[in-house]
Design a protein around this ligand. Structure first.
Ligand SMILES: N[C@@H](CCC(=O)N[C@@H](CSO)C(=O)NCC(=O)O)C(=O)O
Length: 219
């Protein structure tokens, strides 16, 4: 029986994008179900009762939650192509360190740049740029964070490339001026079909995030 794969997602979510990229890297066909996070579907509430968040991958009726856990699950189940984690234990640990760093730092700072103002905004913007500079140092002159292989660190971070225009507009900053190698990496990743078909246009993301900001601040 062919695998039934369903992805519960929300198009501007960097976490959902991670899973879209991983599924595309592996060439896995799946059913995409867009969630309205203001009116979550019974399926989402049933499949992720603890966090009630997207993304959720439903594989033959069984839910997998948390984007990086889903990416690792995809890599372990569909081993036939495009490994996302190194086979060497130490290299795998190194990759997971940086994927975890991205996971713990970037989104919370992204929200700070996106939604806050004044000193909190300035602090978020400066700390975010500091993280990008640290990541640029880790990348160095490699093609990808996984060296010649597009791997889990690349998958973890590339979704935020679609938020770069928002960062630059809200933060009044140039990521390219401060982190040219990171921006070049983003452009390189966007040349991969698995990435370009999974990430929305930066301006579309910006327009939606500005819309949502008005709603958040109006509450
Ligand atoms: N650690 C998780 C974060 C998912 C998440 O924040 N999902 C958001 C949408 S994207 O910002 C979400 O589902 N929010 C709805 C809610 O929190 O109620 C992961 O990596 O999958």
């Amino acid at each position: 029986m062919a695998d039934e794969v369903i992805l519960l997602d929300f198009w501007p979510s960097p976490f959902g994008m991670r899973v879209r990229v991983a599924l595309a890297e592996k060439g896995i066909e799946y059913e995409y179900k867009e969630e309205n996070l203001s009116d979550k579907s019974p399926l989402l509430l049933k499949m992720n009762p603890v966090k009630k968040q997207i993304p959720v991958l439903i594989h033959n009726g069984k839910p997998v939650c948390e984007s990086l856990i889903i990416v690792r699950y995809i890599d372990e189940v569909w081993k036939h192509k495009s490994p996302l984690l190194p086979s060497d234990a130490y290299q795998r640990a190194h990759a997971m360190f940086w994927a975890d760093y991205v996971d713990k730092k970037i989104y919370s700072l992204a929200r700070q740049v996106w939604l806050s103002s004044g000193e909190e905004h300035e602090a978020g913007k400066n700390e975010l740029m500091g993280c990008f500079k640290l990541l640029e140092g880790e990348l160095g002159d490699k093609t990808y964070f996984g060296d010649d292989t597009f791997g889990i660190v690349d998958v973890a971070l590339i979704p935020f490339y679609s938020w770069f225009y928002m960062f630059e507009q809200c933060g009044n900053m140039s990521i390219e001026a401060e982190c040219p190698k990171l921006v070049a990496w983003g452009k390189r990743c966007m040349e991969k079909e698995s990435v370009s078909k999974s990430l929305p246009d930066q301006h579309k993301v910006y327009d939606l995030l500005m819309d949502l900001k008005k709603k958040f601040l109006a509450k």
